[in-house]
Design a protein around this ligand. Sequence first.
Ligand code: B12
Ligand code: SF4
Ligand code: SF4
Length: 291
Amino acid sequence: MSLPKATEPTPPVPFITAEIRSFTLTSPLNRLPDSDGDVIFDEPSVQFADGNDPIFDEYKSIIDPTHLTPREALALAQGKNPTDLPAQLSVISWILHITEKTRRTNRRETVIPSRPWSYTRWYGEQFNDALRKHVVELLHDQGYLAAAPVVQPYFKSGRNGKGRFSNWSERHVAYAAGLGTFSLSDGFITERGIAQRCGSVVTDLALPASPRNARDHLSNCLFYVNNKCRACIPRCPAGAITENGHDKDRCADYMNSDINYLKEEYGVGVQGCGLCQTRVPCEFRNPAAKL
Ligand code: B12
Ligand code: SF4
Ligand code: SF4
């Protein structure tokens, strides 16, 4: 499939979006083990952010000064100076929606994640990495610069005074691309819900920035919109969610110690948890959409 160059009149949006969708639906890596070939993720949502959007500079104070702008992320990957890159940069952001079949299995759980949910965490992220590499290769083949920051050697996660963070937050990128907002549980609620994984690629291919319609960074969560929902609080077996938000350390401790034995039982490298993302009003839709 050939992409038009950025200077040509037809915007290449449908090509890149179609390619991400088709790779997701056809890749053998997007298949749940121990199933009849069930997909791990449904058709993805794909949107774009302007690589020069000032929100990426704001993330240096919202997240951490080490959080990379798209320009810094692409320059580091190319071994170039940020000022030597082309003026126009874009960020492609996608949401991989977890299937209803898997969500149903996690809804039934109260202490541990279901096996399909853990497979989604482990094998699904392997697929997400394959998708990142596929998009980068596709763009390289067309002569564009491209990098997926989270698979670069410079990607790091760490801690600061506000808690855990990374130097490329996929959800903050998705927010910049207008794909959803954060929430009381900390998860990112899209129009198709919170039960998802996300990814992104920075490129010099010119893409039209998607509109960011959210009123603020929490406006898809009912707790912040009308104070009517707290459903994720009792869903968390670690007591990590309260009206004050999400305690990342409690959450990580629960996953890394209390239920860590599941790695062996399920045969995965990371088992996750995600009970707060199922059997809640934001599981598969934006509950604030009609308010
Ligand atoms: C470190 C990490 C963790 C840590 C800390 C999570 C955290 N909130 O930071 C721990 C171990 C606790 C964790 C747990 C889980 N994780 Co995790 N994790 C990550 C990782 C590697 C980095 C996250 C990061 O950079 N955070 C940055 C900090 C700053 O984010 P934050 O504190 O939430 O941001 C707040 C502020 O920025 C604030 N804010 C204040 N002012 C403003 C202003 C504006 C304009 C904006 C936009 C924001 C903002 O709003 C935010 C919400 O409160 C990402 C992968 C990636 N590279 O992005 C996956 C990721 C976040 N994890 C993911 C998942 C699925 C999970 C789990 C469900 C585990 C599982 N798979 O079963 C749980 C869910 C926990 C929860 N309740 O959300 C998904 C998110 C999916 C989603 N729906 O949100 C990600 C994106 C992985 C992926 N590739 O999809 N994770
Ligand atoms: S369950 Fe309710 S309060 Fe919790 S994140 Fe979802 S909408 Fe917000
Ligand atoms: S906050 Fe963490 S421990 Fe609690 S339900 Fe969500 S993923 Fe599990």
